[in-house]
Design a protein around this ligand. Structure first.
Ligand SMILES: N=CN[C@@H](CCC(=O)O)C(=O)O
Ligand SMILES: [Zn+2]
Length: 409
């Protein structure tokens, strides 16, 4: 057994049967001057130092002045991709919009072209390198989408890369089929045939091969309509894939209400939000996910996260790591951004990046909090005055140690 003692603040402690919502997010449970015992890769016990009783301990780690919290749960990424798109970044600096770049063949179609040309081993090696660097920055669970293939074989290739990551990495990884990310060039005048391809070929085959856990659609003007989203989600659910969807990035077109009706696990982006969208969320169990890295990088509005939490809703935050709209997977920066640009308190931001992120990818029974029998996937910060310093000291490396399944890496 490993025992961490004298922990200045131990965050996200207790049992969580549903995501923290509304005021609960700011009331994030934590223990001051705490201990944490770990056995067989799992959290064995925790509590106040004064309640520590004799345990059969093999290794003691003194964490005086340090903060211990669950590793970040990044519930929305596009980690598998073939190439960066920094030319588009420069085009945007010069004044083109994300949508204008997409219309002239850049954007998702550009990534799809590059991915189709890349062999699976290189694609895997690049993704594995990215994932290693994210883990070193405190990410301990991740969702990864397909969506840069847009053909049966290339979507499969992406999902197979994710399956290999699942095999070779010790952290929870969830795969999402996002074949409905953009209409491929070949189908631009017969989009219904592409929807048919997704529904009749991709979903049944990939679900049968156990290559994906969730189904996603980019529901947005110029991409997929609400009706098309519904067709795809309905078929996905028939094959056991729960929806997690891209909605309201640039326009509110009614996707949120329909996703809630389809019992989506999460609706992600929400840079544009109407009162009707908020009411729809209040009437369901779908978790809203904000992606502040995308707002930062594209210069689009930030999700009105304050409004969502003040309406009593839960919120998760994620990186949206991808080469087009958010080329960073650093959750520490996202947590700082959530405070600065979404106006979340540090407690709310930490809740959104840990336990709520775990709920947003359906893995909250195994990770995302300091709970007995959950995975010992934790970080120990450098000495800090309080957890407020975690988002406050933005961009500064402040993790001392990372533990995955009870082992320091
Ligand atoms: N908006 C849709 N998909 C990604 C961006 C994809 C890309 O530009 O490559 C996102 O979540 O932001
Ligand atoms: Zn995305």
């Amino acid at each position: 057994m490993k025992l961490i003692t004298n922990i200045h603040q131990l965050l996200v402690t207790g049992e969580f049967l549903k995501p923290l919502a509304g005021k609960e997010m700011h009331e994030l449970p934590y223990i001051e001057n705490a201990f944490l015992a770990i056995e067989d890769g799992l959290i064995y016990e925790f509590g106040k130092m004064e309640d520590l009783h004799p345990l059969a301990v093999a290794e003691v780690i003194d964490a005086t002045g340090q903060i211990v919290l669950p590793l970040w749960c990044d519930s929305h990424t596009h980690l598998v991709y073939a190439a960066d798109r920094e030319d588009e970044f420069v085009d945007r600096i010069k004044g083109l919009t994300y949508q204008e770049i997409a219309q002239k063949g850049g954007g998702i179609l550009n990534s799809a072209k590059r991915l189709r040309e890349m062999d699976i081993d290189t694609l895997y090696e690049d993704a594995a390198k990215r994932l290693e660097s994210l883990i070193a920055m405190g990410t301990g669970a991740i969702e990864i989408k397909s969506g840069y293939g847009l053909t049966v074989s290339s979507e499969r290739k992406m999902l197979e890369v994710i399956a290999r990551l699942k095999e070779n990495f010790d952290i929870p990884i969830k795969a999402t089929l996002l074949a409905a990310h953009a209409i491929p060039e070949l189908y631009k005048d017969r989009r219904e045939d592409y929807i048919k391809l997704i529904v009749e070929e991709m979903i049944p085959a990939f679900a049968k091969a156990n290559l994906c856990d969730f189904i996603d659609v980019f529901c947005e003007s110029g991409y997929f309509t609400v009706a098309e989203m519904e067709t795809i989600l309905t078929e996905g659910k028939k094959h056991g894939l729960q929806p997690k969807v891209h909605v309201n990035q640039f326009n509110s077109i009614g996707g949120i209400a329909k996703a809630v009706e389809h019992k989506a696990v999460s609706v992600d982006h929400l840079e544009e939000l109407t009162e009707a969208d908020i009411i729809a969320l209040q009437n369901g169990t779908t978790i809203p996910v904000a992606l502040p890295g995308c707002s930062f990088f594209l210069g689009i509005p930030y999700t009105l996260a304050r409004k969502l939490i003040d309406a009593g809703l839960p919120l998760a935050i994620a990186t949206d790591y991808n080469p087009g709209s958010s080329p960073s997977g650093n959750m520490n920066f996202i947590v700082s951004q959530a405070c600065v640009n979404l106006r979340l308190t540090p407690q709310e931001a930490i809740a959104a990046a840990t336990i709520n992120g775990a709920f947003a990818m359906g893995i909250a029974t195994e990770t995302g909090s300091i709970t007995k029998q959950k995975k010992a996937n934790i970080m120990i910060t450098q000495p800090l005055n309080s957890f407020n310093a975690i988002p406050y000291r933005f961009g500064n490396p402040q993790i001392d140690k990372i533990m995955i399944n009870g082992e320091f890496i």
